[in-house]
Ligand binder design. Structure first.
Ligand SMILES: *[C@@H]1O[C@H](CO)[C@@H](O)[C@H](O)[C@H]1NC(C)=O
Ligand SMILES: *[C@@H]1O[C@H](CO)[C@@H](O)[C@H](O)[C@H]1NC(C)=O
Ligand SMILES: *[C@@H]1O[C@H](CO)[C@@H](O)[C@H](O)[C@H]1NC(C)=O
Ligand SMILES: *[C@@H]1O[C@H](CO)[C@@H](O)[C@H](O)[C@H]1NC(C)=O
Ligand SMILES: *[C@@H]1O[C@H](CO)[C@@H](O)[C@H](O)[C@H]1NC(C)=O
Ligand SMILES: *[C@@H]1O[C@H](CO)[C@@H](O)[C@H](O)[C@H]1NC(C)=O
Ligand SMILES: *[C@@H]1O[C@H](CO)[C@@H](O)[C@H](O)[C@H]1NC(C)=O
Ligand SMILES: *[C@@H]1O[C@H](CO)[C@@H](O)[C@H](O)[C@H]1NC(C)=O
Ligand SMILES: *[C@@H]1O[C@H](CO)[C@@H](O)[C@H](O)[C@H]1NC(C)=O
Ligand SMILES: *[C@@H]1O[C@H](CO)[C@@H](O)[C@H](O)[C@H]1NC(C)=O
Length: 302
Protein backbone atom coordinates (compact mmCIF):
# COMPACT_ATOMS: atom_id res chain seq x y z
CA UNK A 1 0.00 0.00 0.00
CA UNK A 2 1.43 3.35 -1.05
CA UNK A 3 0.32 5.53 1.79
CA UNK A 4 1.59 8.80 0.31
CA UNK A 5 -0.80 8.27 -2.60
CA UNK A 6 -3.70 7.67 -0.22
CA UNK A 7 -2.91 10.82 1.69
CA UNK A 8 -2.84 12.99 -1.43
CA UNK A 9 -6.44 12.06 -2.22
CA UNK A 10 -7.85 13.52 0.98
CA UNK A 11 -10.46 10.76 1.23
CA UNK A 12 -13.57 11.11 3.31
CA UNK A 13 -14.35 7.42 3.08
CA UNK A 14 -11.75 4.69 2.89
CA UNK A 15 -12.88 1.15 2.32
CA UNK A 16 -10.49 -1.79 2.07
CA UNK A 17 -11.75 -4.82 0.19
CA UNK A 18 -11.30 -8.31 1.54
CA UNK A 19 -8.02 -10.18 1.68
CA UNK A 20 -5.75 -7.29 2.34
CA UNK A 21 -2.97 -8.04 4.73
CA UNK A 22 -0.40 -5.86 6.41
CA UNK A 23 -0.67 -3.22 9.06
CA UNK A 24 -2.55 0.05 9.38
CA UNK A 25 0.02 2.70 8.41
CA UNK A 26 0.90 5.45 10.85
CA UNK A 27 0.30 8.01 8.09
CA UNK A 28 -3.42 7.36 8.26
CA UNK A 29 -3.61 10.39 10.55
CA UNK A 30 -2.96 12.61 7.52
CA UNK A 31 -6.44 11.79 6.25
CA UNK A 32 -7.83 14.54 8.40
CA UNK A 33 -11.18 14.58 6.62
CA UNK A 34 -11.78 10.87 6.99
CA UNK A 35 -15.32 10.13 8.12
CA UNK A 36 -15.45 6.38 7.56
CA UNK A 37 -12.70 3.82 7.83
CA UNK A 38 -13.85 0.34 6.90
CA UNK A 39 -11.27 -2.44 6.77
CA UNK A 40 -13.26 -5.35 8.15
CA UNK A 41 -12.62 -9.00 7.21
CA UNK A 42 -9.03 -8.64 6.10
CA UNK A 43 -5.84 -10.06 7.53
CA UNK A 44 -4.51 -6.92 9.06
CA UNK A 45 -2.13 -7.48 11.92
CA UNK A 46 -0.37 -5.39 14.51
CA UNK A 47 -1.97 -2.70 16.60
CA UNK A 48 -4.12 0.27 15.71
CA UNK A 49 -1.79 3.24 15.30
CA UNK A 50 -2.39 5.76 18.02
CA UNK A 51 -2.68 8.45 15.35
CA UNK A 52 -6.09 7.06 14.30
CA UNK A 53 -7.46 8.49 17.50
CA UNK A 54 -6.58 11.96 16.19
CA UNK A 55 -8.90 11.83 13.17
CA UNK A 56 -11.54 13.83 14.92
CA UNK A 57 -14.18 13.74 12.16
CA UNK A 58 -14.26 9.93 12.10
CA UNK A 59 -17.81 8.60 12.46
CA UNK A 60 -17.32 4.96 11.54
CA UNK A 61 -14.35 2.86 12.60
CA UNK A 62 -14.80 -0.69 11.43
CA UNK A 63 -11.93 -3.16 11.70
CA UNK A 64 -13.80 -6.31 12.77
CA UNK A 65 -12.50 -9.75 11.80
CA UNK A 66 -8.85 -9.00 11.39
CA UNK A 67 -5.86 -10.02 13.42
CA UNK A 68 -5.35 -6.82 15.33
CA UNK A 69 -3.98 -6.85 18.84
CA UNK A 70 -2.57 -4.57 21.48
CA UNK A 71 -4.20 -2.04 23.73
CA UNK A 72 -6.67 0.63 22.73
CA UNK A 73 -5.26 3.95 24.01
CA UNK A 74 -8.67 5.51 24.23
CA UNK A 75 -7.73 7.98 26.95
CA UNK A 76 -5.86 9.95 24.25
CA UNK A 77 -8.72 9.83 21.77
CA UNK A 78 -10.30 12.76 19.94
CA UNK A 79 -12.94 10.58 18.32
CA UNK A 80 -15.86 12.54 19.63
CA UNK A 81 -17.97 12.20 16.47
CA UNK A 82 -17.87 8.40 16.45
CA UNK A 83 -21.19 6.67 15.75
CA UNK A 84 -20.10 3.12 14.91
CA UNK A 85 -17.24 1.29 16.55
CA UNK A 86 -16.74 -2.24 15.25
CA UNK A 87 -13.72 -4.02 16.68
CA UNK A 88 -15.12 -7.56 16.98
CA UNK A 89 -13.16 -10.74 16.29
CA UNK A 90 -9.67 -9.43 16.90
CA UNK A 91 -7.26 -9.88 19.79
CA UNK A 92 -7.43 -6.50 21.41
CA UNK A 93 -6.30 -6.86 25.01
CA UNK A 94 -6.29 -5.16 28.34
CA UNK A 95 -9.11 -3.36 30.11
CA UNK A 96 -12.33 -2.44 28.46
CA UNK A 97 -11.71 1.16 27.39
CA UNK A 98 -14.34 2.90 29.52
CA UNK A 99 -13.78 6.15 27.59
CA UNK A 100 -15.78 4.78 24.66
CA UNK A 101 -18.84 4.85 26.86
CA UNK A 102 -18.50 8.64 27.03
CA UNK A 103 -19.03 9.18 23.31
CA UNK A 104 -22.58 10.44 23.34
CA UNK A 105 -23.37 9.81 19.67
CA UNK A 106 -22.40 6.14 19.56
CA UNK A 107 -25.08 3.99 17.92
CA UNK A 108 -23.10 0.76 17.53
CA UNK A 109 -20.47 -0.77 19.78
CA UNK A 110 -19.18 -4.17 18.74
CA UNK A 111 -16.37 -5.58 20.85
CA UNK A 112 -17.33 -9.27 20.65
CA UNK A 113 -14.53 -11.84 20.81
CA UNK A 114 -11.64 -9.84 22.11
CA UNK A 115 -9.28 -10.31 25.02
CA UNK A 116 -10.85 -7.49 27.02
CA UNK A 117 -11.64 -7.31 30.73
CA UNK A 118 -13.95 -5.11 32.71
CA UNK A 119 -17.61 -4.54 33.47
CA UNK A 120 -20.54 -2.58 32.13
CA UNK A 121 -20.65 1.00 33.44
CA UNK A 122 -23.35 1.30 36.14
CA UNK A 123 -24.60 4.54 34.59
CA UNK A 124 -24.64 3.25 31.02
CA UNK A 125 -28.20 4.49 30.59
CA UNK A 126 -27.24 8.12 31.00
CA UNK A 127 -23.96 8.01 29.07
CA UNK A 128 -25.11 6.00 26.05
CA UNK A 129 -28.54 7.45 25.27
CA UNK A 130 -28.24 6.78 21.52
CA UNK A 131 -26.95 3.23 21.53
CA UNK A 132 -28.89 0.92 19.19
CA UNK A 133 -26.63 -2.13 18.97
CA UNK A 134 -24.36 -3.33 21.75
CA UNK A 135 -22.32 -6.48 21.13
CA UNK A 136 -20.03 -7.58 23.91
CA UNK A 137 -20.15 -11.36 23.59
CA UNK A 138 -17.30 -13.67 24.54
CA UNK A 139 -14.91 -11.23 26.12
CA UNK A 140 -12.14 -12.77 28.17
CA UNK A 141 -13.30 -11.31 31.45
CA UNK A 142 -16.56 -9.36 31.43
CA UNK A 143 -17.74 -9.49 35.03
CA UNK A 144 -20.30 -7.80 37.26
CA UNK A 145 -24.02 -7.13 36.80
CA UNK A 146 -26.23 -5.92 34.01
CA UNK A 147 -26.96 -2.41 35.34
CA UNK A 148 -30.57 -1.37 35.88
CA UNK A 149 -29.83 1.90 34.15
CA UNK A 150 -29.70 -0.03 30.85
CA UNK A 151 -33.44 0.69 30.72
CA UNK A 152 -32.55 4.27 29.75
CA UNK A 153 -30.71 3.08 26.62
CA UNK A 154 -34.12 3.33 25.09
CA UNK A 155 -33.05 2.93 21.45
CA UNK A 156 -31.46 -0.50 21.94
CA UNK A 157 -32.50 -3.07 19.35
CA UNK A 158 -29.65 -5.57 19.78
CA UNK A 159 -28.08 -6.63 23.07
CA UNK A 160 -25.49 -9.38 22.84
CA UNK A 161 -23.79 -10.28 26.12
CA UNK A 162 -23.38 -14.05 25.77
CA UNK A 163 -20.45 -16.16 26.96
CA UNK A 164 -19.22 -13.88 29.68
CA UNK A 165 -19.03 -13.98 33.47
CA UNK A 166 -21.98 -11.75 34.30
CA UNK A 167 -23.70 -12.42 37.61
CA UNK A 168 -26.72 -11.16 39.53
CA UNK A 169 -30.37 -10.80 38.60
CA UNK A 170 -31.50 -10.25 35.04
CA UNK A 171 -32.92 -6.74 35.47
CA UNK A 172 -36.66 -6.39 35.28
CA UNK A 173 -36.02 -3.06 33.57
CA UNK A 174 -35.04 -4.79 30.29
CA UNK A 175 -38.73 -4.63 29.49
CA UNK A 176 -38.48 -0.86 29.10
CA UNK A 177 -36.40 -1.44 25.98
CA UNK A 178 -39.44 -1.58 23.76
CA UNK A 179 -37.44 -1.58 20.51
CA UNK A 180 -35.48 -4.68 21.49
CA UNK A 181 -35.28 -7.27 18.71
CA UNK A 182 -32.40 -9.49 19.78
CA UNK A 183 -31.43 -10.38 23.34
CA UNK A 184 -28.69 -12.91 24.05
CA UNK A 185 -27.66 -13.40 27.67
CA UNK A 186 -26.64 -17.07 27.28
CA UNK A 187 -23.60 -18.60 28.93
CA UNK A 188 -23.31 -16.35 31.95
CA UNK A 189 -24.05 -16.80 35.64
CA UNK A 190 -27.26 -14.78 35.70
CA UNK A 191 -30.17 -15.54 38.00
CA UNK A 192 -33.78 -14.53 38.48
CA UNK A 193 -36.45 -14.50 41.12
CA UNK A 194 -38.43 -17.72 41.45
CA UNK A 195 -41.19 -16.55 39.09
CA UNK A 196 -38.83 -15.44 36.29
CA UNK A 197 -40.52 -12.06 36.43
CA UNK A 198 -38.07 -10.49 33.98
CA UNK A 199 -40.01 -12.53 31.40
CA UNK A 200 -43.16 -10.56 32.28
CA UNK A 201 -41.33 -7.35 31.61
CA UNK A 202 -40.02 -8.67 28.29
CA UNK A 203 -43.61 -9.10 27.12
CA UNK A 204 -43.47 -5.32 26.55
CA UNK A 205 -40.90 -5.84 23.79
CA UNK A 206 -43.32 -6.48 20.95
CA UNK A 207 -40.60 -6.69 18.26
CA UNK A 208 -38.46 -9.25 20.05
CA UNK A 209 -37.47 -11.98 17.60
CA UNK A 210 -34.60 -13.68 19.46
CA UNK A 211 -34.46 -14.48 23.16
CA UNK A 212 -31.49 -16.58 24.28
CA UNK A 213 -31.00 -17.37 27.97
CA UNK A 214 -29.26 -20.76 27.79
CA UNK A 215 -26.73 -21.87 30.40
CA UNK A 216 -27.69 -19.53 33.21
CA UNK A 217 -28.86 -20.76 36.64
CA UNK A 218 -32.23 -18.97 36.44
CA UNK A 219 -33.79 -21.43 38.85
CA UNK A 220 -37.44 -20.38 38.51
CA UNK A 221 -40.89 -21.47 37.35
CA UNK A 222 -41.82 -20.93 33.71
CA UNK A 223 -44.79 -18.55 33.96
CA UNK A 224 -48.00 -18.90 31.94
CA UNK A 225 -47.53 -15.41 30.59
CA UNK A 226 -44.36 -16.52 28.77
CA UNK A 227 -46.95 -17.19 26.08
CA UNK A 228 -47.47 -13.45 25.98
CA UNK A 229 -44.01 -12.73 24.65
CA UNK A 230 -43.83 -11.08 21.25
CA UNK A 231 -45.73 -12.85 18.49
CA UNK A 232 -42.68 -12.00 16.35
CA UNK A 233 -40.51 -14.30 18.49
CA UNK A 234 -38.71 -16.74 16.20
CA UNK A 235 -35.99 -18.08 18.49
CA UNK A 236 -36.45 -18.96 22.15
CA UNK A 237 -33.47 -20.84 23.55
CA UNK A 238 -33.33 -21.54 27.26
CA UNK A 239 -31.60 -24.89 27.71
CA UNK A 240 -29.76 -25.69 30.95
CA UNK A 241 -31.41 -22.90 32.95
CA UNK A 242 -32.82 -24.91 35.88
CA UNK A 243 -36.33 -23.94 34.78
CA UNK A 244 -39.19 -25.67 36.60
CA UNK A 245 -42.92 -25.83 36.11
CA UNK A 246 -45.01 -26.82 33.09
CA UNK A 247 -44.98 -25.76 29.47
CA UNK A 248 -47.82 -23.23 29.35
CA UNK A 249 -50.80 -23.76 27.04
CA UNK A 250 -50.38 -20.16 25.96
CA UNK A 251 -47.16 -21.04 24.16
CA UNK A 252 -49.49 -21.57 21.21
CA UNK A 253 -49.61 -17.77 20.89
CA UNK A 254 -45.92 -17.65 19.91
CA UNK A 255 -46.97 -18.42 16.38
CA UNK A 256 -43.77 -17.22 14.66
CA UNK A 257 -41.49 -19.61 16.57
CA UNK A 258 -38.98 -21.42 14.38
CA UNK A 259 -36.64 -22.64 17.08
CA UNK A 260 -37.68 -23.62 20.59
CA UNK A 261 -35.16 -25.23 22.91
CA UNK A 262 -36.08 -25.77 26.56
CA UNK A 263 -33.95 -28.88 26.96
CA UNK A 264 -31.97 -29.84 30.05
CA UNK A 265 -34.30 -28.15 32.51
CA UNK A 266 -36.71 -29.54 35.12
CA UNK A 267 -39.99 -29.06 33.27
CA UNK A 268 -42.72 -31.49 34.30
CA UNK A 269 -46.21 -32.43 33.16
CA UNK A 270 -47.18 -33.15 29.58
CA UNK A 271 -46.51 -31.34 26.34
CA UNK A 272 -49.60 -29.20 25.78
CA UNK A 273 -51.73 -30.08 22.76
CA UNK A 274 -51.69 -26.40 21.86
CA UNK A 275 -48.03 -26.78 20.80
CA UNK A 276 -49.57 -28.11 17.59
CA UNK A 277 -50.43 -24.50 16.80
CA UNK A 278 -46.76 -23.62 16.28
CA UNK A 279 -46.95 -24.29 12.56
CA UNK A 280 -43.57 -22.76 11.72
CA UNK A 281 -41.42 -24.73 14.17
CA UNK A 282 -38.28 -26.17 12.61
CA UNK A 283 -36.23 -27.06 15.67
CA UNK A 284 -37.90 -28.22 18.86
CA UNK A 285 -35.88 -29.67 21.73
CA UNK A 286 -37.42 -30.66 25.06
CA UNK A 287 -35.00 -33.45 25.92
CA UNK A 288 -33.60 -33.96 29.42
CA UNK A 289 -36.65 -32.75 31.34
CA UNK A 290 -39.19 -34.54 33.52
CA UNK A 291 -42.00 -34.48 31.00
CA UNK A 292 -44.56 -37.27 30.90
CA UNK A 293 -47.45 -38.38 28.70
CA UNK A 294 -47.80 -38.93 24.96
CA UNK A 295 -46.02 -37.41 22.02
CA UNK A 296 -49.22 -37.16 20.03
CA UNK A 297 -50.39 -36.25 16.57
CA UNK A 298 -50.32 -32.57 17.46
CA UNK A 299 -46.52 -32.77 17.48
CA UNK A 300 -46.06 -35.32 14.72
CA UNK A 301 -48.04 -33.11 12.35
CA UNK A 302 -45.84 -30.09 12.88
C1 LIG B 1 -2.65 14.44 17.79
O1 LIG B 1 -2.77 15.79 17.44
C2 LIG B 1 -2.13 16.69 18.34
C3 LIG B 1 -2.44 18.13 17.92
O2 LIG B 1 -2.47 18.23 16.54
C4 LIG B 1 -0.64 16.40 18.36
O3 LIG B 1 0.00 17.25 19.29
C5 LIG B 1 -0.43 14.95 18.77
O4 LIG B 1 0.94 14.63 18.69
C6 LIG B 1 -1.21 14.01 17.88
N1 LIG B 1 -1.12 12.70 18.42
C7 LIG B 1 -0.85 11.63 17.70
C8 LIG B 1 -0.78 10.36 18.44
O5 LIG B 1 -0.69 11.69 16.50
C1 LIG C 1 -3.02 -14.02 13.55
O1 LIG C 1 -1.90 -13.77 14.40
C2 LIG C 1 -1.38 -14.91 15.04
C3 LIG C 1 -0.21 -14.51 15.92
O2 LIG C 1 -0.29 -13.18 16.28
C4 LIG C 1 -0.93 -15.92 13.98
O3 LIG C 1 -0.50 -17.09 14.62
C5 LIG C 1 -2.09 -16.24 13.04
O4 LIG C 1 -1.66 -17.06 12.00
C6 LIG C 1 -2.64 -14.96 12.44
N1 LIG C 1 -3.82 -15.29 11.66
C7 LIG C 1 -4.05 -14.77 10.45
C8 LIG C 1 -5.32 -15.18 9.80
O5 LIG C 1 -3.28 -13.99 9.92
C1 LIG D 1 -5.22 -11.90 27.10
O1 LIG D 1 -4.89 -10.88 28.04
C2 LIG D 1 -4.16 -11.33 29.16
C3 LIG D 1 -3.92 -10.15 30.09
O2 LIG D 1 -4.90 -9.17 30.00
C4 LIG D 1 -2.85 -11.93 28.70
O3 LIG D 1 -2.18 -12.45 29.83
C5 LIG D 1 -3.10 -13.04 27.70
O4 LIG D 1 -1.90 -13.52 27.19
C6 LIG D 1 -3.96 -12.54 26.55
N1 LIG D 1 -4.33 -13.66 25.71
C7 LIG D 1 -4.26 -13.60 24.38
C8 LIG D 1 -4.71 -14.83 23.65
O5 LIG D 1 -3.88 -12.61 23.78
C1 LIG E 1 -14.59 -17.15 22.76
O1 LIG E 1 -13.29 -16.69 23.10
C2 LIG E 1 -12.38 -17.75 23.41
C3 LIG E 1 -11.09 -17.13 23.90
O2 LIG E 1 -10.74 -16.00 23.17
C4 LIG E 1 -12.21 -18.60 22.15
O3 LIG E 1 -11.33 -19.67 22.43
C5 LIG E 1 -13.57 -19.15 21.73
O4 LIG E 1 -13.45 -19.85 20.51
C6 LIG E 1 -14.55 -18.01 21.53
N1 LIG E 1 -15.87 -18.55 21.29
C7 LIG E 1 -16.62 -18.18 20.25
C8 LIG E 1 -17.98 -18.76 20.18
O5 LIG E 1 -16.22 -17.41 19.42
C1 LIG F 1 -33.35 6.97 33.71
O1 LIG F 1 -33.22 8.33 33.45
C2 LIG F 1 -34.09 9.16 34.23
C3 LIG F 1 -33.97 10.59 33.75
O2 LIG F 1 -32.64 10.94 33.64
C4 LIG F 1 -33.72 8.99 35.69
O3 LIG F 1 -34.57 9.77 36.50
C5 LIG F 1 -33.84 7.53 36.08
O4 LIG F 1 -33.41 7.34 37.41
C6 LIG F 1 -33.02 6.66 35.16
N1 LIG F 1 -33.33 5.26 35.43
C7 LIG F 1 -32.40 4.39 35.81
C8 LIG F 1 -32.87 3.00 36.10
O5 LIG F 1 -31.23 4.67 35.90
C1 LIG G 1 -41.46 -2.77 15.39
O1 LIG G 1 -41.12 -3.07 14.04
C2 LIG G 1 -41.90 -2.37 13.09
C3 LIG G 1 -41.56 -2.92 11.72
O2 LIG G 1 -40.19 -2.98 11.55
C4 LIG G 1 -41.63 -0.89 13.23
O3 LIG G 1 -42.41 -0.18 12.30
C5 LIG G 1 -42.00 -0.47 14.64
O4 LIG G 1 -41.67 0.89 14.81
C6 LIG G 1 -41.25 -1.30 15.66
N1 LIG G 1 -41.74 -1.00 16.99
C7 LIG G 1 -40.92 -0.74 17.98
C8 LIG G 1 -41.55 -0.44 19.30
O5 LIG G 1 -39.71 -0.76 17.85
C1 LIG H 1 -22.01 -18.23 39.81
O1 LIG H 1 -22.40 -17.40 40.90
C2 LIG H 1 -22.48 -18.08 42.13
C3 LIG H 1 -22.98 -17.09 43.18
O2 LIG H 1 -23.95 -16.26 42.67
C4 LIG H 1 -21.12 -18.63 42.51
O3 LIG H 1 -21.25 -19.38 43.69
C5 LIG H 1 -20.62 -19.54 41.39
O4 LIG H 1 -19.32 -19.95 41.67
C6 LIG H 1 -20.62 -18.80 40.07
N1 LIG H 1 -20.29 -19.72 39.00
C7 LIG H 1 -19.46 -19.40 38.02
C8 LIG H 1 -19.23 -20.45 37.00
O5 LIG H 1 -18.92 -18.32 37.96
C1 LIG I 1 -51.22 -10.76 27.50
O1 LIG I 1 -51.19 -9.52 26.81
C2 LIG I 1 -52.46 -8.98 26.60
C3 LIG I 1 -52.32 -7.76 25.71
O2 LIG I 1 -51.15 -7.04 26.01
C4 LIG I 1 -53.08 -8.65 27.93
O3 LIG I 1 -54.38 -8.14 27.74
C5 LIG I 1 -53.17 -9.93 28.76
O4 LIG I 1 -53.63 -9.64 30.05
C6 LIG I 1 -51.81 -10.58 28.87
N1 LIG I 1 -51.96 -11.88 29.49
C7 LIG I 1 -51.19 -12.28 30.48
C8 LIG I 1 -51.45 -13.64 31.02
O5 LIG I 1 -50.27 -11.59 30.91
C1 LIG J 1 -53.33 -16.41 23.67
O1 LIG J 1 -54.30 -16.25 22.65
C2 LIG J 1 -55.62 -16.55 23.09
C3 LIG J 1 -56.54 -16.41 21.91
O2 LIG J 1 -55.92 -16.86 20.75
C4 LIG J 1 -56.02 -15.57 24.18
O3 LIG J 1 -57.31 -15.90 24.65
C5 LIG J 1 -55.02 -15.66 25.32
O4 LIG J 1 -55.30 -14.66 26.28
C6 LIG J 1 -53.62 -15.45 24.80
N1 LIG J 1 -52.71 -15.69 25.88
C7 LIG J 1 -51.83 -14.80 26.24
C8 LIG J 1 -50.94 -15.18 27.38
O5 LIG J 1 -51.73 -13.74 25.65
C1 LIG K 1 -31.25 -31.29 22.57
O1 LIG K 1 -30.87 -30.89 23.87
C2 LIG K 1 -29.91 -31.72 24.49
C3 LIG K 1 -29.73 -31.21 25.92
O2 LIG K 1 -29.55 -29.81 25.94
C4 LIG K 1 -28.64 -31.68 23.70
O3 LIG K 1 -27.67 -32.53 24.30
C5 LIG K 1 -28.92 -32.16 22.28
O4 LIG K 1 -27.76 -32.03 21.51
C6 LIG K 1 -30.04 -31.33 21.64
N1 LIG K 1 -30.41 -31.95 20.38
C7 LIG K 1 -30.47 -31.27 19.24
C8 LIG K 1 -30.88 -32.04 18.04
O5 LIG K 1 -30.21 -30.07 19.17
Amino acid sequence: MNTSTIVSYNFRILFFCTLISGIIPQEIENLVNLVELAMEKNQITGSVPISIFNISLLQILSVWENNLSGFLPWEKSSLIELEELRLAFNSFGGSLPMEIFNILGLRVIDLTNNNLSGSLPPNMGSILPNIEELYMGNLTNLVGNIPHSISNCSKLTILELSSNKLIGLIPYSLGYLTHLQYLNLGGNNLTSDSSLSFLISLTNCRNLTTLALYLNPLNGMLPAFAGNLSTSLRTFVAYSCKIKGRIPNDFRNLSSLLYLDLSANSLAGSIPITIGNLRNLQRFNLSNNKLTGFIGDHICKL
